[in-house]
Design a protein around this ligand. Structure first.
Ligand SMILES: [Zn+2]
Length: 151
């Protein structure tokens, strides 16, 4: 499990690799078991894929959600790894491109809305090293948690 959350793009690249790395996906992205099943577009999923360095961080977050009995608040999932720019900012890769961000409950917490997950859920992700997109300074992204700050 990674203890330090990178701050800013340079530290993200230093920690997780350059997106220009040949075969980035084959080198860095690995499957892992979810501690409890989620639903992706209505289909039950028990595995996902992320950057190999933070498999345990994702597993800790979901394990702690299950232990706290908060699964009903975190049930629908919209992906981790995805090579794409930040929506509306084509020059800037999304943190999903490194496999270090997850979108959850996208219909309840749409991009740009001021709705947010309960403090308990946010705290659990923060304890596992994630930064909450609902706390972005400019455009809020309350479905989104990422393993970096300042980007
Ligand atoms: Zn996201």
């Amino acid at each position: 499990m990674l203890a330090e959350t990178p701050v800013g793009l340079d530290e993200i690249i230093y920690t997780f690799g350059s997106l220009d790395t040949p075969d980035f996906e084959a080198r860095y992205i690995v499957p892992f078991d979810l501690p409890y099943p989620l639903f992706y577009e209505g289909n039950k999923v028990s595995r996902s894929r992320c950057h190999y360095l933070i498999v345990e961080n994702f597993q800790k977050a979901f394990q702690d959600i299950r232990t706290a009995g908060l699964q009903d608040q975190v049930r629908n999932y919209a992906g981790i790894y995805d090579r794409r720019p930040i929506r509306g900012q084509n020059a800037h890769p999304s943190t999903h491109s490194w496999g270090i961000a997850i979108d959850l409950e996208p219909e309840k917490y749409p991009l740009g809305s001021s709705k947010r997950f309960s403090d308990e859920v946010v705290q659990i992700f923060e304890n596992a090293g994630f930064f909450y997109g609902g706390d972005f300074k400019s455009r809020k992204d309350p479905m989104h948690f990422q393993f970096c700050k300042g980007y």
